[in-house]
Design a protein around this ligand. Structure first.
Ligand SMILES: [Zn+2]
Length: 482
């Protein structure tokens, strides 16, 4: 049996939605919902009772006291921490149970949370959270950034460690997870989430930033055991870091380096398979264009391709497809390939947990306009994250990047830029060019006349060198559309 414990103090505005989502669970085992009322003066407790939820009362103010009272009252073998301002997907409890089943050594299963209406910094915060946990799982064997709204543990392990430490820093998150990790494994399932509403989001951004620094400090304090001593000659205190601690500094820096490489370098395979070149020895090469359609340049590119009997792959921005549907339709008619390049071309796309929505919107737009569903995806700005790659793969996309590019915005002349591309050409290569600039149109950035001038030079030179232009699906022998 599972017991879900919700501490609540004056939550009448949000608690109903939370409890309804908990009552809708598809979990087939038995579970109880306990609301630990922390002295509410509004109708919170009454709402819960009316909904048939068991209410226990805890008059000692503080979330860890309420959670303790709830956990003590729980009759389940597993106690799940929830929050009143959070709404849970129907599969949530099933997922929690699966976490324990799949990890027999686990004493606790930690999940994530997302914002119902994500503020602008949510993507960044999410990135820090996940990155922090990836690092601490590698270093300490357990996640560090625990969500109080999505954390489950065995009641017997909880009792063994003496429950919550009320005075401790982050007592229902970092502290409880740290102490549980001393008696078993804390498993992190970042795909399990609840949607948190108003409260945390309504915090101004400097408070969020301060919280982040506070957590970082708390972590550093836990992580580095810095010994203080005094020398006899000098009465100054010195801080010495032992070799073990030195490694503790070097390893994270090394790992952060690898993660940055994976995130920023388009061709890096750190987070999983990406297509950025083919190993074929044949003199074939692929032209790819990003950020279109963007008129009149995209049509000019299409006319050049047609003149030289060359086909290319266009990673299109959904927003732009909506703007120039005729151009996208012409591509499909010409035999050029359309790939998905997100809908809004947001720079932090890969960081954000909700990014898949944007890709899906682009996919729907492309499908509605052209009747094809791209199989190829390229992230905006060539950035990627492990969770983005995972979502992409799950949705049946392949990630396509490039290995031949130049800085088209450097201001150099089109012939110089074309030359740089030609020099980098190699069998099986993928050339990156732009027929647009994000979602901008009719301004200086979106003026792609230089690309239009470069294109015939590139095509003529490489054809003279014996290259044949192919599309991405031809290069890798993969389907163009789903
Ligand atoms: Zn782009």
């Amino acid at each position: 049996m599972i017991s879900v414990v919700i501490p609540a103090y004056n939550e009448e505005k949000v608690v109903r939605e939370c409890l309804e989502s908990l009552k809708r669970q598809d979990f087939t085992g038995s579970y109880e919902i306990i609301l630990a009322d922390n002295g509410s003066t509004d109708t919170t407790a009454q709402i819960a009772r009316d909904m048939g939820v068991r209410v226990v009362s805890c008059t000692h103010k503080g979330v860890s006291y309420a959670r303790q009272t709830g956990a003590e009252a729980a009759s389940g073998e597993i106690v799940v921490q929830a929050d009143a301002d959070t709404v849970y997907p129907t599969w949530w409890l099933s997922r929690v149970q699966q976490g324990f089943k799949a990890h027999p050594r686990a004493v606790a299963v930690a999940g994530a949370f997302i914002y119902q209406e994500p503020p602008w910094w949510a993507g960044f915060e999410y990135f820090i959270r996940v990155l922090g946990n990836i690092l601490t799982i590698l270093l300490l064997g357990r996640p560090y950034v625990i969500s109080g709204a999505n954390f489950a543990f065995y009641k017997k392990s909880f009792t063994l460690i003496g429950g919550y430490h009320h005075g401790a820093y982050s007592s229902d998150q970092i502290d409880i997870a740290t102490r549980l990790s001393q008696v078993g494994k804390v498993f992190y399932d970042r795909r399990s989430y609840g949607s948190t509403s108003a409260r945390s989001v309504s915090k101004p951004v400097h408070v969020v930033f301060f919280d982040f620094l506070r957590h970082l400090y708390g972590f550093a304090k836990n992580y580095f055991t810095i010994s203080r001593g005094t020398t006899k000659k000098q009465s100054k205190k010195i801080v010495s870091i032992s070799t073990g601690n030195y490694l503790k500094v070097v390893i994270p820096i090394f790992l952060i380096g690898i993660l940055c490489y994976g995130y920023f370098v388009p061709a890096s395979p750190v987070f999983g398979k990406v297509y950025y070149k083919s190993l074929t020895p044949n003199k074939v090469i692929a032209l790819t264009f990003d950020d279109g359609p963007n008129e009149p340049y995209t049509s000019e590119v299409l006319a050049i391709l047609e003149k030289y009997q060359v086909q290319a792959t266009f990673f299109q921005v959904g927003y732009n497809v909506q703007l120039y549907p005729e151009v996208s339709r012409r591509m499909v008619a010409d035999g050029d390939i359309i790939g998905n390049h997100s809908y809004s071309h947001n720079a932090n796309h890969a960081l954000s947990f909700v990014s898949y929505k944007d890709i899906e919107l682009a996919q729907q737009t492309i499908y509605a306009v052209t009747g094809v569903k791209p199989h190829l995806y390229r992230g905006p700005h060539g950035k990627k994250s492990p969770w983005e790659l995972e979502a992409i793969k799950k949705e049946g996309f392949v990630d396509v990047f490039w290995n031949i590019a130049t800085n088209e915005l450097s201001g150099k002349s089109p012939s110089v830029l074309a030359d740089q591309i030609i020099k980098k050409a190699q069998p099986g290569g993928i050339i990156l060019l732009h027929d647009g600039y994000g979602t901008e149109h009719n301004d200086k950035n979106a003026d792609k006349s230089d690309t239009v001038t470069m294109l015939p030079i590139i095509i003529q030179s490489l054809q003279a060198e014996g290259y044949t232009f192919v599309t991405i699906p031809e290069l890798f022998n993969i389907p163009a559309y789903n």
